[in-house]
Design a protein around this ligand. Structure first.
Ligand code: KIV
Ligand code: NA
Length: 263
């Protein structure tokens, strides 16, 4: 299958063909999502919450992101792979940001994502100038959850909406190739999608975006819990538990291994 590249994403926006994105953190899952023809895989720092048990994205390190990015890029041959710059890997200076972004690209990502609009415009520009595509991330930005007062909708009310729109324009003008809108009112996300030339990818941002992204463990129903804006399209967690229970019962009752599974 043909590799998804930046210009395909732009073409999809022009054709009003929705772009699909899922988070992904390892090669096995990447291969499964590639076979499902998911357009973009995000090696998100949600890795920290979903798989590493940190309870937040704040603790995730660049080394952890590099390992996950390498694994995803080895498993995915079609999808466009985006890697998150983790908290602490880009805030100090544009120079630090470029150095971290270079490492993620060397690990196999095709683009990097970072959080912040107007306040990160110089960093978006520096990374783009280094030849690395950047995806912005505005609205609710989990790495600054303490400043934002936890997960809450950003852009409610005229003034707040204008600020989110300013952020969107700022990342585009700084050279970003796309932007994630997280927890933004559908009306505001729709307006941004109309204004911008680059694709918008929404999560909790309504149905007017050019694409949608979900955290895969939420999407697949791994834990039984998911945020209100997400949707469980499967019950993979229950299926996995059932498989483990069946295996356990078979071993305890000496039904497994039988002759056909022995040498
Ligand atoms: O890390 C992540 O999963 C993300 C998405 C929520 C966009 O950044
Ligand atoms: Na993230």
């Amino acid at each position: 299958p043909q590799r998804v590249r930046l210009h395909h994403l732009t073409q999809m926006k022009e054709r009003s063909e929705p772009i699909t994105m899922l988070t992904c953190y390892d090669a096995v899952t990447a291969q499964i999502f590639d076979n499902a023809a998911i357009d973009m895989l995000l090696v998100g720092d949600s890795f920290g919450n979903t798989l590493l048990g940190y309870g937040s994205t704040i603790k995730v390190t660049l080394d952890e992101m590099l390992m996950a990015t390498g694994a995803v890029s080895r498993g995915a041959h079609r999808a466009f792979v985006v890697a998150d710059l983790p908290f602490g890997a880009y805030e100090e200076s544009p120079t630090q940001a470029v150095s971290s972004a270079v490492q993620l690209i060397k690990a196999g990502a095709q683009a990097v994502k970072l959080e912040g609009g107007v306040r990160q415009a110089a960093t978006v520009k520096a990374i783009t100038d280094a030849g690395i595509p950047v995806i912005g991330h505005i609205g609710f930005t989990p790495q600054s959850e303490h400043r934002l007062g936890g997960p809450r909708v950003q852009g409610r009310g005229e003034e707040a909406a204008a600020a989110v729109i300013d952020d969107a324009v700022a990342v585009q003008e700084a050279g970003a190739s796309g932007v994630v809108l997280e927890m933004v009112p559908a009306r505001v996300a729709g307006k941004i999608t109309k204004i911008l030339e680059i694709p918008t990818i929404g999560i909790g941002a309504g149905d007017h975006c050019d694409g949608q992204v979900l955290v895969w463990t939420d999407m697949a129903g791994m834990t039984g819990w998911s945020p209100s804006f997400s949707k469980q399209f499967g019950a993979v967690g229950a299926a996995l538990r059932d498989a483990a229970t069946s295996y356990s019962e078979a071993v305890k009752s000496r039904a497994f291994p039988d002759e056909s599974h022995s040498f």
